[in-house]
Design a protein around this ligand. Structure first.
Ligand SMILES: [Mg+2]
Length: 135
């Protein structure tokens, strides 16, 4: 038996990470959120545009998303408290490198057409699992 996997606070960016520029849901978002929760992780959304509950509502993601926050765009660590983020982002998924480098996580390219070929969310799931398992 190996070490039990860590339970992580997993923070997803919204624009060009889980939705396209024209507000289509990226393939696999719901399935991967389900898998992350089943693995014991907590899923949050954050965005430089503010808490994106309209995206949660539009795609009925309430069951999977624990909370939504403003995302710090600079001075990332120090601004968490000011932005009312009560937990440490253990793993972040973003299309902007600065956020990924400020914490730990995965940089994703923005979704490209044809959307149904986009497999990025499953790559994200594997990366979270590897990190949680200390691999
Ligand atoms: Mg983005």
């Amino acid at each position: 038996m190996g070490e039990p996997a860590r339970r992580l606070n997993v923070f997803f960016d919204v624009d060009n990470t889980i939705i396209t520029w024209d507000v289509k849901l990226r393939p696999g978002v719901r399935e991967v959120f389900e898998e992350l929760r089943a693995d014991g992780h907590t899923v949050y959304l954050w965005s430089g545009m503010g808490p994106r509950w309209e995206v949660v509502r539009r795609y009925s993601l309430h069951e999977h998303v624990a909370d939504c926050f403003w995302k710090p765009l600079t001075d990332h660590h120090n601004r968490l408290r000011e932005l009312g983020i009560p937990v440490w982002p253990d793993f972040v998924i973003d299309d902007h490198r600065e956020v990924v480098e400020a914490f730990t996580g995965v940089l994703v390219p923005e979704p490209v057409l044809p959307l149904e070929r986009d497999r990025e969310m499953w790559r994200v799931l594997e990366a979270v699992r590897a990190f949680a398992a200390g691999r």
